[in-house]
Design a protein around this ligand. Sequence first.
Ligand code: XMP
Length: 525
Amino acid sequence: TVLVLDYGSQYTQLIARRIRELGLFSVLFPGDASLDRIKSANPNVIILSGGPNSVHVEGSPRVPAGFFEHCEKMSIPVLGICYGMQMITHLLGGEVKAATHGGEYGRMPMDVSLSSHLFSNMTKKEINVWMSHGDEAVHLPEGFSVVAKSRQGAIVAIENHARRIYGFQFHPEVMHTESGLDMIKHFLLDISGLKADWTMDQVLEEQLAKIAELVGPEGHAICALSGGVDSTVAATLVHKVLADRLHCVFVDNGLLRYKEAERVMETFNSHLHLPVTCVDHSKVMLERLSGLSDPEAKRKAIGAEFIEVFKNFRDELDKKIGKRATFLVQGTLYPDVIESCPPPGSDQKHSHTIKSHHNVGGLPKDLQFTLIEPFRELFKDEVRQIGRLLGVPEQFIKRHPFPGPGLAVRVLGDVTGGDKLDVLREVDEIYINTIREFGLYDEIWQAFAVFLPVRSVGVQGDQRTHSHVVALRAVTSGDGMTADWYPFKPDFLREVSTRICNKVRSVNRVVYDITSKPPSTIEWV
Ligand code: XMP
């Protein structure tokens, strides 16, 4: 295990992902984890991440007392990145100061020592790296040597090979750092002597065995499928172990995309052979939503209805199988459970990275299930790999995310009354099909249409019209936390707008959303 201690850098998860891409298991703990907690992970290597703090700020996070002694005793190599390197310097008796030249941000060439341990695999001395720091090390602790300097003369890599402690001031994990992945690989495999033997096949085998042991020969499990990749792959995996002791439910809440329930059920049944009950709750849901305009009120109503349907499903199931199904399968991912470092200046303790509204559509804790969460330690790309190993069709694996409250967050205001949902479904279908036709679907994180609560004046066939306006949105993103709008070429935009207005007669205006997140969010509400 490679343990990454998080000091709040926006790149910390990226470090963990890079390590996993190299075939090594990595976990993330908050930077002020206790020594006992660190020991419990049984790490072979520890990486101290970057972070927004300065080591001179009172209360800035740091490794626990006894950390370096423990690592040396157990012969655990330690690599500090950015703030991590400054912390090593500061705590072991060197000196860190605010950079006199104002810090280094962005691309910067550095000169490395090819005879050092850290850079012995590099083939040239000058390497362009990605920097982001205001403080820098000016005097090193005893026994450390400078093994790279930036063009501005800053110390940007250090090592003490005898004590197995190393530091990079730059960010090897970001793609803008030339040979960054090679540096991490060299550190982990050559210097630290780890073996790259963590594979998805192995994770899959382990999970299958773990589930079999947890559920035993008699247990029954329930899984609520959303049609998204995480729950689909989770159910497919658990189904391999439990077969007909797994019971899935898919709720048609009336807020799904064009023919979505049919299409999803078809894949569940004929490709994945999953036992799925489709509950059509659309009528009740739409009645419940009638008159609700506030996005949070809509989300709450949808969440509450979902729980009702779920409880009903469970009660019926209990009657059918003659006992209680006590296990619940959920597609929870690692980013949902990572405790991240609190932002600088905040007095809150470790905050979970998810936003509260993302739990809407989830289930209350008091339902008393034992959870089966096979992906609690995995990132989304890894779940996709598992899905491929399990034979989940590619169209599912690459599906854009879709919010639990569905089209209710894409029809602004009251979703009921008139044909708003149907209009939106048609527009969305044309939009997505055009994106696919242009071969752009896989480049985009999420694309969708939004039905606006206004009418605009137009002219169609010499007639003045006063009709609907739809907005199109497409974003690129790594995890949904930040996003940028997708730069469609004008010929795409022209084509899609023409198709929409020609085929959906009640729409006379199409606009494209050119805002990133932040300041916007991905969904409009
Ligand atoms: P925002 O709009 O917050 O969205 O930038 C980030 C990601 O989360 C999805 N999203 C939701 N998912 N329930 C969900 O299950 C919700 O209430 C919800 N709101 C937004 C959104 O589609 C994007 O992928």
